[in-house]
Structure formats: structure tokens, C-alpha cells
Design a protein around this ligand. Structure first.
Ligand code: NAI
Length: 259
């Protein structure tokens, strides 16, 4: 029998870029990656919130640097990705996570502005980050793209069509990237969170959260950002080299529950 190969379960020394990293799942992912020894580029809208997360990570003994960027700014993405590469000497892991709630009824006034915002921030930005980072991801030899979609990438909540369209698009983009970039040694996968306690959901009163979770989620609770971040970590490990083109629900079993 062939000996069982030892594949690396470490991202120590890897360079990771996480968007939307000042809050929620992005922040938890930045922390978990830094705890595992990665150098983390923290990207979010404002410098003060980015700096706060960098400080937290450094305080915990990790290495990070922060950039303020609106991910809807295409030129800004090219600039920041270049600066991240210069600062850390390359880029191995890209996590496209930034997002926001964009509920808007299809017949309501102002719909098209919400549509444009949802698509710009939660789909076009992912594509642009991949294009800007591609030379470095290829050079890495173990390049990893993780796009954060949602359970709204599989189904739909009424009144949420801009978000649903963006998240379905993220899964489609990820599959296309997986097929196209596999030969370059770069994998592309999606994380599809269910209901998670983050900035996006903090406005939902606790009693509503509880009613929803007990009715819809087999684990009967909202998830924590850290619980998603650890799944993202497993996707980017060198040992996860044969995982490509999948959309992984992290939803406490919500999608498989019928009744
Ligand atoms: P969050 O609100 O805690 O974090 C999102 C971060 O993205 C914020 O720090 C925000 O400033 C940043 N952001 C928003 N627009 C940006 C822009 N234009 N440029 C740069 N940064 C921007 O929310 P959460 O939940 O951690 O969101 C992370 C991702 O998870 C999003 O893509 C969201 O759609 C997705 N998601 C969240 C779920 C939940 O229940 N919380 C469920 C499914 C998906």
C-alpha cells in the first residue's frame, strides 16, 4: 500500500485579503486566519474601523494591515490589491466577503439604484478582485478564492431580489472561475451562510431571531461569525487542494429542512 501522504493543514506565512473585514464574518475570518499565522489584509469602507481590527489582530500576536476601500470602486480595487502585494510580497488567499442588506420590492420606486448597489458591491467587486489578484494567485501555486454568497444564492426571500440575484450570480461566477482557473492551480469555492449574528442581522430583534431559528433551522439558533470563519479556513488550507467549484451552505441545516 502507498503511504498516506501528509498534506499541510497550515496557512502560516500565507497572505490573505479579506473584504468587509471590519465586522461580522469578515472580521472573524481575518482573526482566524491571523491566528493560524497568515498575514492578513483587512479591507473595509472606513479607515477607523479597519484600523480597529488591525489593532485587535496585532494585540493577539497576529500580522495584519488595513486599507479603506469601497469595493464598488474598480480603480480602487486595482490600487489596493497592488499595495497588498507590495506590502506582503504576494497574495495566496482572496476572500470576497463585503456585503450589505438590500431588501427592495421589485415594484417600488428607487429599485434600480438598489439593484445597482447590490450587484456592484456583491458581484462585480468579486470579479474585479479576482482579476486584479489573478497574477499573484497564479504565482502562489496554492491560490485560493473564496466568495461569500448566501443561502439566498440557492433560494429566495420575497422583496429581496437585488440581493438574491447578486448571490445567485456569486455562485455562478465561482463555478465559472473554478472551471477556468483550475489549470492555473487556483481553486474557487463559495461559502453560503444561513442566518448569522453579524452587523447585517443586528437590527432584527432577538425574539424574531429566535422564532425564525426555531421554525427554520435544525440547530434552532442563529450561527456565530466564527462558525463560518472556520469553514472558510478549511476551504483555504493547502490540504483542501481538490475542493473546487462548490457552494458550501453553513446554515445549521436550514436548506435541508422541509418541515
Ligand atoms: P456585517 O455587516 O457584519 O459585515 C459586512 C461588512 O462589509 C461591513 O463591515 C461593511 O462595512 C462592509 N461593506 C459593506 N459594503 C461595503 C463596500 N461597498 N465596500 C467595502 N466594504 C463594505 O455583515 P456580515 O453578515 O458579516 O456580511 C458578510 C457577508 O456575508 C456579506 O456578503 C453578506 O451578504 C453575507 N451573508 C450574511 C448573512 C447573515 O445572516 N449575516 C447570511 C448570508 C450571507
Amino acid at each position: 500500500m502507498e503511504p498516506v501522504r501528509k498534506l499541510s493543514r497550515s496557512i502560516k506565512g500565507k497572505v490573505a485579503l479579506v473584504t468587509g473585514a471590519a465586522s461580522g464574518m469578515g472580521r472573524a475570518t481575518a482573526h482566524v486566519f491571523a491566528d493560524e499565522g497568515a498575514k492578513v489584509a483587512v479591507i473595509d469602507l472606513t479607515q477607523d474601523r479597519v484600523d480597529a481590527v488591525v489593532k485587535e489582530i496585532e494585540g493577539a500576536g497576529g500580522e495584519a494591515a488595513g486599507w479603506a476601500l469601497d469595493v464598488a470602486d474598480g480603480e480602487g480595487i486595482v490600487r489596493v490589491v497592488k499595495e497588498v502585494g507590495e506590502r506582503f510580497g504576494g497574495l495566496d488567499i482572496l476572500v470576497n466577503n463585503a456585503g450589505l442588506a438590500t431588501f427592495h420590492g421589485i415594484g417600488e420606486p428607487g429599485y434600480e439604484d438598489t439593484w445597482t448597489l447590490a450587484l456592484d458591491v456583491m458581484l462585480t467587486a468579486h470579479m474585479r478582485f479576482v482579476r486584479a489578484a489573478l497574477p499573484m494567485l497564479k504565482k502562489s501555486g496554492e491560490g485560493r478564492i473564496v466568495n461569500v454568497a448566501s443561502t439566498e444564492g440557492f433560494g429566495a426571500t420575497p422583496g429581496n431580489s437585488p440581493y438574491v440575484a447578486a448571490k445567485h450570480g456569486v455562485i455562478g461566477l465561482t463555478r465559472a472561475l473554478a472551471v477556468e482557473l483550475g489549470r492555473e492551480g487556483v481553486t474557487a469555492n463559495c461559502i453560503c451562510p444561513g442566518p448569522i449574528r453579524t452587523g447585517i442581522t443586528e437590527g432584527i430583534p432577538d425574539e424574531h431571531k429566535e422564532i425564525f431559528a426555531k421554525r427554520r433551522v435544525p440547530l434552532r439558533r442563529y450561527g456565530l461569525p466564527e462558525e463560518v470563519a472556520h469553514v472558510t479556513l478549511s476551504v483555504v488550507l493547502p490540504a483542501s487542494s481538490y475542493l473546487n467549484g462548490v457552494a458550501i451552505p453553513v446554515d445549521g441545516g436550514m436548506l435541508v429542512k422541509n418541515a
